[in-house]
Design a protein around this ligand. Sequence first.
Ligand SMILES: [Zn+2]
Length: 416
Amino acid sequence: MKIPHLKIILFGTVLFAFCPRLMSGEDIVGSEIAPWVPGMLDIHQISTGRGNAGLYIFPDGTSLLVDAGELPRKTPRQTPDRPDGTRPAGEWIARYLRHTLSRELHPVVDYALITHFHPDHMGGISGSQPKAIHGDYQLTGMTWLGESFRIGKMLDRGWPDYAYPKAIADIATRNYRSFVRWQSAHNGMKAERFLPGRNDQIVLQRDPVKFPHFEVRNISANGEVWTGVGRETRQHFPALADVPPADWPNENMCSIAFRVSYGKFDYFSGGDLPGIPQEGYPLWHDVETPVAKAVGPVEAALLNHHGYIDSQNGFFVGTLRPRVWIISTWDSGHPTARVWQRLRSERVYAGPRDIFATDLHPGTRDVVMGIEKLASDRGHVVLRVAPGGGDYRVVIVDDASESHVVKKIFGPFQSR
Ligand SMILES: [Zn+2]
């Protein structure tokens, strides 16, 4: 008897038997990264060689893009463009999002956030960037995203007046503000200033009732830091009138920091916050210390300021004491030798830890002793937190092309 669909049935059975990841979200080295499935928390640190870009997919599918950097110029200190230089970073990021979100989710980025107004986080302007199809602004970094997605809510540290500690009037921020104005007026985007202390500014949009143990807590912006109690905050910077303008807080010090919690799992991201004041500057230029007091221990953290010379002070490292550190690297000073020592030191905190970099510069390899102990020195770093937040893996995804192929898998690690 001829069974016409036997081959199809057999093929389907084989496919099902050998591809359990299609059903469970499990990843296999050498295969494309498995799609996000409801209940998971995915945090992608995207490798572009041009700055920071973090895509978060929350357990109900709500999405958050944190930074979309695009350094306009390259020097030998900087890493190459990833996947390559044929497209601007903003376009690569938009394509990454389209691939990652389109399979399960709507073509909407629910939240976008700029930690601070520097080109490697927001997008810079060098004169060669194309103009937006509709609005009166150029396409670079974050402003590219508006060409591909509707952004639900845009959060930054400056809206609406962009005036702290003084008018933020550089060409890239002016361009970004034109983008915010146009998207707000014509594309339904809401713009808000990020408010420290709050846990209701970034929330689950699709099914919050199903995930009561999920929270995004706003920790700091413009020197206003959550105290850890209720919604209470404290201004860490002195009143500007009491400080000579040369000592005023700089852009990095004003960075947005937040914590994402899912059950026992906690993750920290703090832009380019410094923790070690430059010689001759006031001690309050250390913003990491009050931030660490508010945040406490976490499972995983993105390094502040790419691991640069003024970041990751001992108190901050020892207080957060994560199992997993992720470094967004694009310069030979990412990370510096002393930062690397502190991250690795069992004197600063006990226990195992793994450190992942998006793209280590070859010069860093020559200068930083022990840097070969990085768990991974290249690729998109994807944290995949299991439903409920009890454990998580780190998945390294190829950044040489748009294959989205898994190179390495670490974990599972247990949340504490
Ligand atoms: Zn930066």
